[in-house]
Design a protein around this ligand. Structure first.
Ligand code: NAD
Ligand code: ZN
Length: 375
């Protein structure tokens, strides 16, 4: 019960006087192949002076590639390579902030995250912690960040999470896996250059792309659905179907998935995800299974809840010859299963979105365990 309480996602609160949430959006975005090369000009007007660097947080998969030469690395700017092997942690954010503060007397002019959801989330969190005291874990929750963050830019190199548009950065902390949800989390600038996603391996392309597909299915089939979410969710779903079921050219496929990710992210901003995400959090918390693949592992067994969505998912798996790993939960003890169930059930708004207000009388521990056992 301890964990369940700790990671409990409160029903997304509005500020006291708000009837409807007043969401920040990314104020500037550039889209197009090669748009990455506009970064130099974009950053120029944001450089305070030569002692206030731009810090580029870059997925280390790009180490030694020609992308490095295209980064507008000037004055005392710094490129920090980061592995996306593991999902971002609060202590990792704190260490990065300490490193930057120790090295530079001036606050950076900007933080630029280049990579997948892992790097985008790290960039958002570092930008927040550079201007707000304490550690990243202090801000996991809703609207706990008092001060504006450092100017920050998100440049996705793989499409699907929607982290480029969202007002959250999901972090694994000492006690919980939870986002820093705040108006200061959202990027000030996003660069959408589909060519940057060229090197993504097929399995990873599929798993991260399915994160977007599952965002759409869970949002469109949820009880929180409204016209705002629906308009974005339907577009994202249409694009996902084209990408994963039609025969698009590689270039069209990259363009469409990048925009699907954006729309999918917008769709859940004003609603919520559902069962696959709740249960995937359990897998992530206990076993370190990453977000995209975790969602797929759960979603394949949710035909009872999302019949049409799962049917299409199976078609996509087949078309792309994806073999999902098996036996992940095979050797887990009863205590492990209990812990995963508690983590999953702690995501209350996700269950309420999926099953309605009476979700507690619909879903049982045994039901969740039986689904986990199939994975
Ligand atoms: P990722 O950042 O974890 O990267 C997955 C793999 O793809 C890594 O090995 C990475 O090195 C590789 N990769 C990335 N770009 C590449 C490229 N162009 N060429 C070759 N390899 C490349 O992947 P992700 O699925 O985008 O992100 C997952 C993370 O996003 C999780 O930590 C999850 O919690 C987070 N997330 C955040 C939000 C949000 O709104 N903030 C939403 C969903 C997920
Ligand atoms: Zn997701």
């Amino acid at each position: 019960m301890e964990i369940k309480k700790e990671i409990a996602l409160k029903k997304i609160p509005t500020r006291t006087s708000e009837k409807y949430r007043n969401f920040p959006m990314v104020p500037r975005v550039v889209f197009g192949n090669g748009s990455f090369d506009q970064l130099r000009d974009i950053l120029l007007s944001k450089r305070r002076h030569s002692e206030a660097p731009m810090i580029f947080l870059l997925d280390d998969v790009f180490e030694g590639t020609d992308l490095i030469d295209r980064i507008p690395n000037m004055f005392c700017d710094q490129i920090i390579f980061i592995s996306a092997e593991e999902e971002p942690k609060t202590e990792q954010v704190d260490a990065l902030v300490q490193k930057i503060k120790k090295q530079f007397h001036e606050l950076p002019s900007g933080i630029i995250g280049i990579g997948g959801g892992t790097l985008l989330d790290l960039a958002k969190a570092v930008a927040i912690l550079l201007t707000n005291k304490g550690g990243a874990a202090d801000y996991q929750g809703w609207d706990l960040v008092p001060k504006k963050s450092v100017y920050h830019v998100g440049i996705p190199t793989i499409s699907g999470t929607g982290a480029e548009v969202s007002r959250t950065t999901v972090l694994l902390g000492p006690h919980k896996k939870l986002g820093i949800n705040s108006d200061y989390t959202t990027f000030d600038q996003v660069v959408l250059d589909p060519d940057l996603t060229k090197g993504v391996k097929k399995e990873q392309w599929f798993y991260t792309g399915m994160d977007c597909y599952i965002h759409c299915i869970e949002s469109l089939n949820g009880t929180f659905l409204n016209a705002f979410s629906k308009s974005y969710g339907e577009k994202a779903l249409e694009l996902c179907k084209e990408v994963f079921l039609d025969n698009l050219s590689d270039s069209e496929s990259r363009d469409n998935l990048m925009m699907a990710s954006w729309h999918g992210g917008m769709s859940i901003a004003y609603s919520q995800v559902g069962i696959a995400h709740a249960m995937s959090y359990g897998l992530g918390y206990l076993l370190g299974v990453k977000h995209g693949i975790g969602n797929c592992l759960v979603f394949q067994h949710l035909e009872e809840y999302y019949p049409e969505g799962v049917k299409l998912f199976q078609q996509m798996v087949k078309k792309h010859d994806i073999v999902l790993p098996q036996g992940i939960c095979g050797n887990l003890s009863e205590a492990d299963l209990d812990q995963m169930v508690n983590v999953a059930l702690g995501m209350e708004p996700l269950w309420e979105n999926a099953l309605g207000e009476n979700w507690k009388s619909i879903i049982t521990d045994d039901k969740l365990k039986s689904i986990y056992m199939k994975i």
